[in-house]
Every structure is written in structure tokens, then in C-alpha cells.
Write a protein that binds this ligand. Structure first.
Ligand code: NDP
Length: 248
């Protein structure tokens, strides 16, 4: 498969649906070899079949990205299979919205453990490989919610703010090693994300918010990611903020 990413190896976390799935397909279409990770192995198998049938090379890895040991195995398996890791797409995330007062704090732990710590574990594990290779690119999926805080999304906001802070510090630590860092900040995208909200009232509000505008598609975000990772080596696309046209 020819393309701008031929010879590159990418890991995409949260590839079993939504933005991660579309991104794995888009990277493979540009010629990248992709390691796709998430918990639902049946969904990963279907995606792997689709990529293989289109001529791509793919490795499915069942992993809970909030678990550091499983993240380490994900990176080790990718390196063992393909010999390198050029691109890491830290996409796996949950958005368990709800007011702070009276919240189920298990929702908070799930968001922080995955959206923040999971992304940090994967970054931590790939950095020595990228440094040894002399180059690499880490793409962290934040959100409009990483720039605008609202009542009812405090801990999701905090998790995505953390992604922004971590990414900027990371960029300053690794740019001299030719490792690029990009954050992508989508607005409303039509995916399974809002379906996982556990608080009944927040679930209703979220569904009506998503229903109020024409959402972005996962492929719109995948296209932005492909743009960032296909720039020439001297170009470091630090941040892309993308809202649906109808979103305030
Ligand atoms: P989806 O719910 O469709 O996808 C989330 C992905 O994360 C799934 O593949 C899911 O796979 C994976 N995931 C969830 N928990 C874990 C876990 N513990 N370990 C490994 N993988 C996990 O939502 P999106 O595609 O919308 O979300 C992708 C990213 O985009 C998230 O970081 C989200 O915050 C961000 N985002 C989304 C927006 C939107 O409006 N949709 C807007 C702004 C940002 P599985 O369940 O199989 O593990």
C-alpha cells in the first residue's frame, strides 16, 4: 500500500470505535502499519479484517489502557512485531459527565485513569523507543472540553486540561529529540462516547446537546490527524481545534 506513511508504524488506542477506528483506517490508507488497541477484541478483529482486506498491515491488541502493565505489553508487542513505533495516537477516552456535587466518584477514577494516566503510560513507554529511533510523533486527543469548562463536565474538563498541560510540557522535553507532539481538540463528534454517561440526568442533557447540532464525523477528526502526521519533519503541528460549524 503506497502513501505518505509507508514504512511508518502507528499505535492507535481506543481503535474499536469512533475516532480511533476512523484514524486507524485513515493511517493504514496512507500506508502506515497499525497496531490497534482497545478492550473489545471482537470489534478490533472486524477492523483488522477490514484493514487487511484493503491491503494494509495490522496487529490487534486487546488492552485496558488504564492499566500500566497492559499498556506496556501493547507497546512491547508492537515493537516485537514491527520493529519500531513511529506514531502514537493516544485516543482512548471516556466522558462520564455529571455535576461535581453528588457525583459517583467511580466515574472520576475511570476518566482520570484512562484519559490522563493511560495516555501518560503509553507516552512513557514509547519515548525510549522514539529517542533510539531519532524521531517520533505523539498525538494526544483532547477536546474543546480541554479549553472551555462548563457546569456538569468538571472532571472531564479536568482530564482534558491535563492532556493539554502534559502535551505542552512533553513537547518542550522532546522536541530536540525530533519527537513531535500534537494535540487534537474535537467538538461534538457522532460516536458512542455520550452513550457511556452513567448519570441519568447528565445522559439526557448530553444526548440533547449532541442532538442540537450537526455533529462532526469521526473521519473529519481522522483527516486532521493524518494532516498532522504527514507534514515534513521540520513542521510540528502543535494543536488543532475543530468544532462542528453549528457548535457555539
Ligand atoms: P468512542 O466511545 O466511540 O471510543 C472510545 C474508544 O476508547 C473505544 O474504542 C473504546 O474501546 C476505548 N476505550 C474506552 N475505555 C478503554 C479502556 N479502559 N482501555 C482501552 N480502550 C478504552 O468515543 P470517541 O471516538 O468519541 O472518543 C475518542 C476520543 O475522542 C476520547 O478521548 C474522547 O474524549 C475524545 N473526544 C470525543 C469527542 C466526541 O464528541 N465524540 C469530542 C472531543 C473529544 P473499548 O470499549 O473496546 O475498550
Amino acid at each position: 500500500m503506497g502513501g505518505k506513511l509507508t514504512g511508518k508504524v502507528a499505535i492507535v488506542t481506543g481503535a474499536s470505535s469512533g475516532i480511533g477506528e476512523a484514524t486507524a483506517i485513515a493511517l493504514a490508507a496512507e500506508g502506515a502499519t497499525v497496531a490497534i488497541a482497545a478492550r473489545r477484541s471482537d470489534r478490533l478483529s472486524k477492523l483488522a479484517k477490514r484493514i487487511t482486506e484493503s491491503g494494509g498491515q495490522v496487529l490487534s491488541i486487546t488492552a485496558d489502557v488504564s492499566d500500566e502493565d497492559q499498556v506496556n505489553v501493547m507497546v512491547q508487542k508492537t515493537q516485537a512485531e514491527f520493529g519500531r513505533v513511529d506514531i502514537l495516537i493516544n485516543n482512548a477516552g471516556v466522558m462520564l459527565l455529571g455535576m461535581i456535587d453528588g457525583a459517583n466518584t467511580e466515574d472520576w477514577r475511570r476518566m482520570i485513569n484512562l484519559n490522563v494516566l493511560g495516555l501518560m503510560y503509553a507516552t512513557h513507554k514509547v519515548l525510549p523507543l522514539m529517542k533510539a529511533q531519532g524521531e517520533g510523533h505523539i498525538v494526544n486527543i483532547s477536546s474543546v472540553a480541554g479549553r472551555v469548562a462548563n457546569a456538569g463536565s468538571g472532571v472531564y474538563n479536568a482530564s482534558k486540561w491535563a492532556v493539554g498541560a502534559f502535551s505542552e510540557a512533553l513537547r518542550k522535553e522532546v522536541y530536540q529529540s525530533n519527537i513531535r507532539v500534537t494535540i487534537i481538540e474535537p467538538g461534538l463528534v457522532a460516536t458512542e462516547l455520550p452513550q457511556h454517561v452513567t448519570d441519568p440526568k447528565a445522559k439526557e442533557t448530553t444526548a440533547s446537546f449532541y442532538g442540537s447540532v450537526k455533529n462532526l464525523e469521526s473521519e473529519d477528526i481522522a483527516a486532521a490527524i493524518v494532516y498532522a502526521v504527514t507534514q515534513p519533519p521540520h513542521v510540528n503541528v502543535n494543536e488543532i481545534l475543530i468544532r462542528p460549524t453549528e457548535q457555539e
